[in-house]
Design a binder for this molecule. Structure first.
Ligand code: ZN
Length: 250
């Protein structure tokens, strides 16, 4: 082996060594990345990301495991929030109204379940009447203008135009022949007791609870029921919360 050959050999060896070193550093880098990711994942770093993607908070997920029902995104049509601080969007379009009882209409998507609820109550010997359901914004304006002026911030009974969920066609006011008024005394009727026991099975919740006035902005109304869907209604009833609290936990 002459000088030139030895030189070439050493150069070749050097090249191989550099290649080996480069391969080793890449492997070390990859292994470190996997370790870092694993530590981050175990520490729960992925949780907030998942929340953002699915729109379901850990609280909602835990209630999901407690209850058999599964909350879904708050963007669902049946979870629309309309109240004093969430006015009906100006571009809100109803999918269509359907008559539920003579002279009263609801969102056509809930007409069957609403009719079934009344029929099943009747079969149990309880008469429930719907005295108000869908109301347009101009109808609400007329109602509101007849109301005496309210103290600002105080819970009200008649909502300002666009602050009433009756605009959505998802709310009903009910009474019964023995108690035709919309007053607190309705809670002492068989109709109220039947609804208290069964309304959630049809997707309805008692919307304005006693003790939640500061959150709903509305006085206790044992006659006002709101459709949210069976899964949500069950959880809301179980947890004795109002829709505002439920949506906040989503
Ligand atoms: Zn109402």
């Amino acid at each position: 082996m002459n000088y030139r050959e030895r030189y070439e050999m050493r150069r070749e060896e050097g090249r191989r060594r550099r290649k080996r070193n480069a391969r080793a550093s890449i492997i070390t880098l990859l292994v470190s990345a996997v370790v870092v990711f694993a530590v981050w994942f175990v520490a729960g770093g992925s949780k907030s990301n998942k929340d953002v993607v699915s729109g379901v908070s850990s609280q909602a997920v835990s209630s999901q495991t407690v209850s058999t029902a599964a909350p879904v995104a708050a963007s669902d049509w049946n979870l629309i929030l309309v109240n004093h601080s969430h006015l009906l969007p100006l571009d809100y379009t109803l999918p269509g109204l359907a008559e539920v009882v003579s002279g009263q209409e609801v969102d056509q998507r809930i007409v069957d379940t609403t009719k079934k609820m009344l029929a099943d109550a009747k079969a149990d010997g309880v008469t429930i009447q719907i005295c108000s359901a869908y109301r347009s914004v101009p109808q609400q304006e007329r109602l509101y203008s007849r109301e005496p002026a309210q103290e600002p911030g105080a819970p009200t009974s008649v909502q300002a135009p666009r602050a009433s969920e009756h605009h959505t066609g998802l709310a009903i006011d009910v009474n019964c022949p023995e108690f035709p008024q919309l007053e607190e005394g309705f809670e002492n009727t068989a109709a109220f007791r039947w609804l208290d026991e069964h309304a959630h099975e049809y997707g309805f919740i008692l919307r304005f609870l006693k003790g939640k006035e500061s959150l709903t902005g509305v006085v206790y109304e044992p006659w006002h029921y709101r459709y949210v869907g069976v899964e949500h209604a069950k959880i809301i009833k179980e947890r004795k919360i109002c829709l505002e609290e439920y949506l906040q936990s989503q």
